[in-house]
Design a protein around this ligand. Structure first.
Ligand code: IFM
Length: 419
């Protein structure tokens, strides 16, 4: 193999795949989010006109409909997982990240549902049968209703409740799983549920945010111990959303101070609080933000953006990976993706991000996998169904799946293990 060819290769055994979460794809869930959706769908549909730009409103008129904001059937993945994993296999994936829905496993406090655990056993076996390594998330934001009545993650006993559930899951499925993700994106929950207050339980308080920050760190640490007490060989991490912050004016001392504070609270502090309790680190990369004082996020005019108007800035993933190298742990990119309904930017998006990932690997960062978000179009939380993140387009009325052209381009990368 020539040097140039070698240069484009990813490490052997690199995990290639995509990610989903239970509430966003399964359908039929009854949990903290499904309850909140029912109460807030009408309001969200009314607010769409103020929230989104004209071009977005014209392109996605469904944002004005109440049904857009109710997860209900989602992708019916709970029943169609075999069909969906066939697609993932056809697309050359060798791994898949998904989450287990706590409200199904423990619908009442202390009562665990054997049938549901059996369902997830079948899901994992279906992945393995197709040669897809499962990466299993234990909490992707949704709480059983009984727990949300007690405050959910705001309750100081949350770590204990979570550990009980984790013990049951790992005792039953641990023989099949090599990679566990305890909690998904603590920073998103802290920011969206407790600072901006747009997600349930819609608290807007720095004190509450700080309380949940500490509770979630504790939750991860305790779950780490619980899992390893049952199984020493598996690998455990948490799914970490990391924003690439930049100071608007590199020379300004004030701006650099804000930058330091933003990086400290959004990444370093949490990692410190869970240090020694991670077998690998993860990156979920979506955002690049330029900041200054008073805290302000600056938008530049020439940005290429997704359907959600999130800036596409592939270099950010490289900067984050280089920074995480100091922790000396393997790194998996457990989410990276964009909303792109007409699939006009996705191929380029994936390739450009992977080029930067590859550069980081060449420079010594131990990256071992990449999971595109998401396999399927799905329920994007408070925004509902209109943002289309999928490699596979889903018609939510008929449940028909259509593989997007960019998915085939990504498949080529996965199959050849090279960019
Ligand atoms: O859809 C979400 C996912 O649940 C968590 N990470 C970010 C994605 C896109 O917003």
């Amino acid at each position: 193999m020539s040097e140039i060819e070698l240069k484009n290769k990813f490490p052997e055994d690199f995990l290639w795949g995509s990610a989903t979460s239970a509430h966003q794809v399964e359908g039929g869930n009854k949990n903290s989010w499904s309850e909140w959706e029912k109460k807030n769908a009408e309001r969200l549909a009314k607010e769409a006109g103020d929230k989104w730009k004209k071009w977005q409103q014209e392109k996605f008129p469904e944002m004005f409909e109440l049904e857009n904001y109710i997860s209900e059937k989602a992708c019916d993945h709970y029943n169609r997982y075999e069909e969906d994993f066939d697609i993932a296999k056809e697309l050359g994936h060798n791994a898949h990240r998904f989450s287990i829905e706590w409200s199904r496993i423990e619908p009442e406090e202390g009562k665990f549902d054997e049938k549901e655990i059996e369902h997830y056993r079948k899901v994992i076996l279906a992945l393995k049968k197709r040669g897809l390594e499962p990466m299993v998330t234990l909490w992707h934001w949704t709480n059983p209703v009984w727990l949300s009545k007690k405050g959910g993650e705001y309750n100081k006993k949350f770590p204990e409740h979570f550990s009980n559930y984790v013990k049951f899951v790992v005792a039953n499925l641990g023989d099949l799983v090599n990679f566990w993700i305890t909690i998904n994106e603590p920073m998103s929950v802290i920011a969206s549920s407790y600072i901006t207050g747009v997600w349930p339980p819609q608290k807007k308080s720095i004190l509450s945010a700080w309380r949940v920050y500490k509770i979630l760190a504790m939750t991860h640490n305790e779950a780490y111990n619980v899992i390893h007490n049952l199984n020493n060989d598996c690998k455990i991490g948490f799914a970490n959303i990391i924003t690439d912050f930049e100071a608007i004016n590199e020379k300004s001392k004030l701006n650099n101070f804000v930058l330091k504070v933003a990086n400290y609270f959004s990444r370093d502090k949490f990692l410190k609080m869970v240090s020694g309790k991670n077998d690998f680190l993860t990156v979920q990369y979506y955002f690049h933000k330029k900041i200054k004082l008073p805290v302000q996020i600056i938008k530049t005019n020439d940005r290429i953006v997704s359907d959600l108007e999130w800036e596409i800035y592939p270099k950010g993933i490289y900067r984050i990976l280089k920074d995480l190298k100091k922790y000396g742990l393997p790194i998996y990119i457990t989410e990276n993706g964009l909303a792109d309904a007409d699939d006009s930017r996705r191929e380029q998006f994936i390739k450009e991000h992977l080029r930067w990932v590859h550069k980081a690997i060449e420079e010594g960062v131990d990256v071992r996998g990449y999971f595109y978000w998401s396999l399927l179009d799905n329920f994007e939380w408070d925004k509902g169904y209109w943002p289309r993140f999928g490699l596979v387009e889903v018609d939510f009325k008929t449940q028909e799946r259509k593989i997007r052209p960019s998915a085939w381009k990504y498949a080529k990368i996965c199959k050849n293990n090279e960019i």
